[in-house]
Design a protein around this ligand. Structure first.
Ligand SMILES: Nc1nc2c(ncn2[C@@H]2O[C@H](COP(=O)(O)OP(=O)(O)OP(=O)(O)O)[C@@H](O)[C@H]2O)c(=O)[nH]1
Length: 371
């Protein structure tokens, strides 16, 4: 649960990626989430007959500040993904998103190994990815499985059912079950509000259980204000009635908002930093070391014993890389220190020489006055 100060002036940075097919309501969701028209529509519509020539997915950032009711401030960057799944070949789209996630990790890795840190460095690692699933009434499509499987090792993936108001209560229940079955069957490591029954506070355990039971979240979005019974609500008006976005019996929107902005914000950040980034870092450093290590080939294939040997070796390499970086940093700091001492010495002797020349008149004058 959140422990950061309530009123941090700058706001706690949080980076959120939203991915889903065109027209599934990404923009409406973001605007509902931020309670302002952050993403403005350009009114261009996707034409399936143009799919072969459509441009690949783009990653477009939008920046805003969110202030919660208790004064907690978030400096939010939403990354929208227009043109996702518009082109026939999606392979390229997966790569573009994956490369974006990894390049943020690379930036942090580079910064960590710098001798002198850049005070203005901005950590843009993505803390969560909201993935929009079509409300087809079926389980996951092959595309959904592929995308989540490929990205989940690099980012906390939170699957949601888009436009959930287009399903009846019964269909929604059935759809959630089918999606969860697929997630389990294909071993997709989505973010599942982890908790430890023995270690965590009871309130957190019960909240996490309740959030888990809502997965995948049924989302209804609307930035329209509607008057009903003297109350103004955010909703979608239908001939048969109104869907209230903020009503927990109509959608899971409020539960999701409160989880990502409040109760689980720190957990999402900490998993990004301590697990996802750490494993990327280990892979990256090991890979660069292994490239230089020809004996690796002898161990890369073979039986379980070889596998254990290989893992031990990877761990040893990771440790040795860390030691090398630490040693280099120590040496450079020592050199800097020695230089500083030398500069101080020079400055002191220059000052001493200047003092001597002021207090002792030139010898020629001395001899002239004596004569
Ligand atoms: N029924 C229903 N319609 C929605 C919902 N959210 C958005 N819509 C509608 O779906 C249409 C597309 O919504 P957008 O938010 O523009 O979708 P998008 O995913 O950003 O679309 P692109 O920008 O084209 O990729 C609009 O007419 C929205 O009003 C929802 O929760 N339920």
């Amino acid at each position: 649960m959140r422990t950061a100060k309530k009123t941090s002036k700058k706001g706690v940075p949080f980076n959120l990626l939203v991915v889903g097919d065109a027209g599934l309501g990404r923009s409406a969701f973001v605007n509902t989430l931020c309670e302002k028209p952050l993403i403005k529509k350009d009114n261009t519509h996707f034409d399936p007959s143009m799919a072969a020539s459509m441009s690949p997915v783009e990653i477009v950032p939008y920046q805003t500040d969110i202030v919660l009711e208790d004064g907690f401030r978030i400096s939010l960057t939403v990354l929208d993904t227009p043109h996702f799944n518009e082109a026939i070949d999606n392979e390229n789209n997966f790569d573009i998103i994956l490369q974006y996630l990894e390049s943020q990790y690379d930036n942090v890795l580079e910064e960590e190994t710098r001798i002198k840190r850049n005070a203005k460095f901005s950590d843009e690692r993505v803390h969560a990815l909201i993935y929009f699933i079509s409300p087809t009434g079926h389980g996951l499509r092959e595309l959904d499985i592929e995308l989540m499987k490929r990205l989940a090792p690099r980012v906390n993936v939170i699957p949601v059912i888009a436009k959930a108001d287009s399903l009846t209560a019964e269909e929604l229940k059935e759809t959630k079950k089918m999606i969860l079955d697929d997630i389990a069957y294909y071993h997709i490591p989505v973010y599942n509000f982890p908790y430890d029954e023995e270690e965590d506070e009871e309130a957190l355990v019960s909240l996490s259980k309740s959030l888990r039971s809502k997965m995948p979240f049924a989302i209804v979005s609307s930035d329209r204000l509607v008057e009903i019974g003297g109350n103004t609500i955010r909703g979608r008006v239908y001939p048969w009635g109104v869907v209230d976005v903020d009503n927990p019996s109509h959608s899971d929107f409020l539960a999701l908002r409160s989880a990502i902005f409040s109760t689980h914000l720190e957990d999402l950040q900490s998993i990004t930093n301590n697990q996802l980034y750490e494993s990327y870092r280990t892979e990256k450093l090991s890979a660069s070391h292994l490239a230089m290590d020809s004996s690796y080939n002898d161990l890369s294939s073979g039986n379980q014993q070889d596998q254990v040997l290989r893992e031990d070796r990877l761990r040893a390499i990771e440790l040795s890389v860390q030691r090398e970086i630490e040693e280099k940093r120590r040496q450079l700091l020592a050199r800097e220190e020695a230089l500083r001492a030398l500069e101080e010495k020079i400055a002191a002797s220059t000052a001493a020489m200047a003092n001597t020349s002021v207090s002792t008149p030139p010898s020629t004058e001395n001899s002239a006055s004596q004569s």
